[in-house]
Design a protein around this ligand. Sequence first.
Ligand code: AOS
Ligand code: ZN
Ligand code: ZN
Ligand code: ZN
Length: 394
Amino acid sequence: MNTETIKARLKQQKIETPSWGYGNSGTRFKTFPAPGAASTVWEKVEDAAFIHSLTGIAPSVALHIPWDRVEDYSELKKHAQDLGIQLGAINPNVFQDVQYKLGSVTNPDAAVRAKATQHLLDCVEVMKQTGSRDLSLWFADGTNYLGQDDLRKRKRYLREALQQVHDRLPEDGRMLIEYKLFEPAFYHTDLADWGLAYLHAVSIGEKAQVLVDLGHHAQGTNIEHIVSTLLDAGRLGGFHFNARRYADDDLVVGTTNPLELFAIYLEIVQAENDPSEALRKHVSEVAFMIDQSHNIEHKLEAMLQSVLNCQEAYAKALSVDFDLLTEAREQGEVLKANRIVMDAFYRDVRPLLRELREEQNLPADPYAALEESDHLKKVLRDRQSSDVGGGFPS
Ligand code: AOS
Ligand code: ZN
Ligand code: ZN
Ligand code: ZN
């Protein structure tokens, strides 16, 4: 691909930032309030719009219900639009209430299952008001001990709830089913891996897709392989980007394992370049979202770096010499193929990205722009930052 084509593709890139990444969050030990951190959803939307103004590729913000609950979502939608962004995926919360100790939609008690399902359906109504396309579903459901509950029963309860939600989705709405190996449950998790999420998605219907969170796998899992498989099956709904070393660490994406992020974008680029129109359409609908918990970082800096790390990974993946790569693959030149890909990984794309930003009237150095911005001065001056909610494993 020549530079102009790469730049054109980079201008199309989109990363959704999460409202909860702008507020104070912590570990189970302590939440350290950060100066200037957003505490209301209105402020979180302002911060998201600011990150978009610095990068040009973060045009939407994901919401979490009830953390971001407001009286009138059309007012919030207008607030976002006035600031130049959209409201993105709606993330229901069926893990915070005391009744969910034994599960939400898989709880042995029918009344608890009904309550959880009703919350999901309420979130579908929220989607209609916010104009969101996606409902992102993560369940903390699971058990801690062998014998604790009937696994097949729970699978059927889960299916029932997902089906009900699916059938209520708006015309072009989607539900993204997120899986996670463990935590908070440590014996079994009802949606432990992509296979389970996929199994439910294909049985439920077209609008059900799989969500891949980078922190939700066993150590050593080849995530890019999962991505390529789901893409080929037409069921890759989206990503929750973050970085980890140990478990679901939710650190800034691209910091602990930049090669993994690059490898994922390489799968994306190859799907975008594929002759199959169906595949190209499918990959164009994938939602690239960040899901992080910023505990000691400056919230705006963390989000900016996350978005820019995704941009760099995509730029590198776009710069692979695919003609040479195809040739090497066909000739069985295994190490040459590896070197072609690694050449792109090591390429310094920062000058290209600076050029791209200048062309789009964006700040050439977004970090300096953040530091010197009126927005930063304003939030440091005006925000009390007393909210220390949201300290949960995400
Ligand atoms: C939990 O581990 C998941 O990553 C969730 O996606 C998420 O962080 C939470 O639902 C935030 O809304
Ligand atoms: Zn997630
Ligand atoms: Zn995570
Ligand atoms: Zn998570």
